[in-house]
Design a protein around this ligand. Structure first.
Ligand code: FAD
Length: 487
C-alpha cells in the first residue's frame, strides 16, 4: 500500500488522516504552522489565551464519530460541556431571547418574548427544521458530492422543494414566523454560509437546526483549540506522522499523470501514492498543484465576507454574561447589503464570546472576551490601514454602549482581513467560498482531481462546506474516496 500525504493539519486534514491511519494506511501530515488546527487556532497576549477561530462546537456526534473511527471514546479524549443558554440574542429595542436546550423550555422562551400564538407557530417551525435536516443530512451533507448522480436525485430534490428548501431562507422563515426578532434568530446563520438571509437558500435553515435544536458545546478543558490538539494526538496514536513547521511546495506527478510525491519547502521529497490537499485551494492551485488538477469550479470564485475579531483580556469577570451573545443592530437589511457591496456595514451585528468555563484562559478573577464583526473581504475597495482603526474605534464605542465598559486600554489582539490573508486565506477571508447554489454540493470545488489519479481534496473549500462539522465530514468523504469505500 502506497504512502499517503495529507497537506494541512486543520480539522479537515486531521479528520482525513485519523480515518486513513486507523484503516492501517501509512499517513504523513505536513503542516506549515507549529501547531495543529488551522482556523481552530490559539493565540496569547500576556497571561490571556484565546481561541482564534470557532468559539463553540455544534453536532458533537460528528467529532465523536472521527474519534470512534480510531477506537477512541470522545468522553475520554475530549470531554465536552453543553452550554446553557446555547446563546443569547440581544435586540436593539432592549429585549432578548435565550436559545435554550429542550423543546418545551425553548417554546417557553418564545412565548415569553413573542406571545402564545407565535410560540405555536414556532413549535411547527421547529418541526420543519427537523424535517429539513433529516432530508438533507444523508442525501447532501454526509454524501460524496464528487458524483453528479448523488446530487441529481429527483425524489430527494422533490422532498426538499416541498419543504421549502429552494425558497430563499428569509422568505421561508417569514412564512412560518411573524415576529421579526424570531425571524432574525433563525436567519442570521445565513452569514455562516457567507450570504444574506434574502440570498441564501432555505436548505441552509439546517444551520439553525444544528445550533438552536442540536445544541452548542464547548470542551471542558483547554478551549476550542483542545479539539485539534486531541485530534492530532489520536492521529499520532493511530500511526500517522505529523510534520509541523514544513510547507508542501509541490505535488509531483509521475509518467502516468498520477501523484507520486510531495516536495516540501525544505527540498525534501515525500513519496506518495495518494495526496489529500486540505488547505486553501485557490492558493494551492497557484503553484502547489499540477496544472492538470485545474477545477473549472474555481474559475470565478465568490468568496464569503470576512471578519474583524478583537480578543480582549479583562481584569474582571462579567457575572451573568452568556458564553455567546449576538447583539443585533438596528439596520438589519442594510448591514447585509453593505457586506454584499463590499462596504463597511452601517450597524453590524456583533458576536460576543465570553468563555467563562475555559478555566485557565485568564488569571483568577480575570476573563477573556472576543468580539466578532462581519466585514467585507479584501475584494472590496477598502484601505484597511485606515479602515481597521476606524472599525476598532467604533467597536469600542458600541461595546461601551452595550455595557462592556471601556475596553480601549485592555490587552487585545486584532485579526482583520489583511491578517487573515497573511495567515494564508485567499481574499482575506477565513470562510472560503460562500454557499450560493453554484458553489454548493457538486458545484463546490470537487473532492477529487479526475485527471490526476491519487489527488484528493478535503476542507472548507470542498463539499459540504465551511464550519467545523462540514469540514470533519469532508475529511471522512476524502478518506472513503482514498480507501475506495465511498458511496
Ligand atoms: C473567527 C472564526 C470563527 C469561526 N466560527 C465558527 C463557528 O462558530 N462554528 C463553526 O462550525 N465554524 C466556525 N469557523 C469555521 C471553521 O473554523 C473552519 O471552517 C474550519 O476550521 C476550516 O478547517 P479546514 O481544515 O478546512 O481549513 P484550515 O483550518 O484553514 O486548515 C488548513 C491548514 O493547512 C495548512 N496549510 C496551508 N497551506 C499549507 C501548505 N502548503 N503546506 C502545509 N500546510 C499548509 C494551514 O496552516 C492550516 O493549518 C470559524 C472560523 C473562524 C476563522
Amino acid at each position: 500500500m502506497s504512502p499517503i500525504v495529507v497537506i494541512g493539519a486543520g480539522l479537515g486534514g486531521l479528520a482525513t488522516a485519523i480515518r486513513l491511519a486507523a484503516a492501517g494506511r501509512d499517513v504523513t501530515i505536513v503542516e506549515a504552522e507549529q501547531v495543529p488546527g488551522g482556523c481552530c487556532g490559539t493565540a496569547n497576549t500576556g497571561e490571556y489565551r484565546f481561541d482564534t477561530g470557532p468559539s463553540v462546537l455544534t453536532m458533537p456526534d460528528v467529532l465523536a464519530d472521527v474519534f470512534a473511527a480510531a477506537g477512541e471514546d470522545m468522553e475520554s479524549v475530549l470531554p465536552l460541556r453543553r452550554l446553557d443558554p446555547y446563546y443569547r440574542l440581544r435586540y436593539h429595542d432592549g429585549s432578548h431571547l435565550d436559545v435554550v436546550p429542550g423543546e418545551d423550555a425553548m417554546i417557553e422562551q418564545v412565548r415569553g418574548l413573542c406571545g402564545a400564538a407565535e410560540a405555536d407557530r414556532y413549535r411547527r417551525f421547529r418541526a420543519l427544521l427537523g424535517e429539513l435536516f433529516a432530508a438533507e443530512w444523508p442525501a447532501f451533507i454526509d454524501r460524496d458530492m464528487t458524483r453528479l448522480r448523488n446530487l441529481a436525485r429527483p425524489r430527494v430534490l422533490a422532498r426538499l422543494a416541498a419543504l421549502g428548501g429552494f425558497r430563499r431562507l428569509e422568505s421561508l422563515v417569514e412564512s412560518h414566523l411573524t415576529d421579526a426578532r424570531l425571524v432574525k434568530a433563525h436567519t442570521f446563520q445565513a452569514l455562516y454560509v457567507g450570504l444574506a438571509p434574502r440570498q441564501a437558500l432555505g436548505i441552509y435553515a439546517v444551520v439553525a437546526h444544528m445550533d438552536t435544536v442540536g445544541g452548542v458545546f464547548f470542551p471542558r478543558y483547554g478551549g476550542m483549540h483542545a479539539i485539534p490538539q486531541a485530534m492530532a494526538a489520536v492521529a499520532e496514536k493511530a500511526g500517522a506522522q505529523i510534520r509541523y513547521g514544513v510547507r508542501a511546495a509541490k505535488v509531483e506527478t509521475g509518467p502516468g499523470g498520477g501523484v507520486c510525491a510531495v516536495r516540501l519547502d525544505t527540498g525534501e521529497r515525500l513519496a506518495a501514492g495518494h495526496v489529500v490537499v486540505a488547505c486553501d485551494l485557490p492558493r494551492a492551485h497557484a503553484g502547489l498543484l499540477p496544472e492538470t488538477a485545474y477545477d473549472w469550479r474555481l474559475r470565478r470564485p465568490r468568496y464569503s465576507p470576512s471578519c474583524l475579531v478583537l480578543h480582549f483580556g479583562l481584569d474582571r469577570r462579567l457575572p451573568g454574561q452568556a458564553h455567546h451573545t449576538l447583539h443585533i443592530g438596528r439596520q438589519w437589511a442594510a448591514t447585509f447589503a453593505a457586506l454584499k457591496e463590499g462596504r463597511p456595514q452601517p450597524d453590524p451585528n456583533l458576536l460576543v464570546t465570553y468563555p467563562e468555563t475555559d478555566g485557565d484562559a485568564a488569571p483568577d478573577g480575570h476573563a477573556t472576551l472576543t468580539v466578532l464583526e462581519p466585514t467585507t473581504n479584501l475584494h472590496g475597495a477598502n484601505d484597511w490601514d485606515r479602515l481597521t482603526p476606524q472599525l476598532e474605534n467604533r467597536l469600542f464605542r458600541r461595546l461601551a454602549d452595550l455595557g462592556y465598559g471601556d475596553l480601549t486600554t485592555a490587552p487585545r489582539l486584532t485579526f482583520d482581513p489583511p491578517a487573515w490573508a497573511r495567515l494564508g486565506h485567499s481574499a482575506g477571508t477565513p470562510f472560503a467560498l460562500d454557499h450560493r447554489f453554484t458553489q454548493t454540493a457538486w458545484f463546490r470545488p470537487s473532492g477529487v482531481a479526475r485527471r490526476v489519479p491519487g489527488l484528493h481534496f478535503a476542507g472548507m473549500y470542498t463539499a459540504p462546506g465551511v464550519g467545523v462539522p462540514p469540514v470533519l465530514i469532508s475529511g471522512k468523504l476524502a478518506a472513503e474516496r482514498v480507501l475506495g469505500t465511498s458511496r
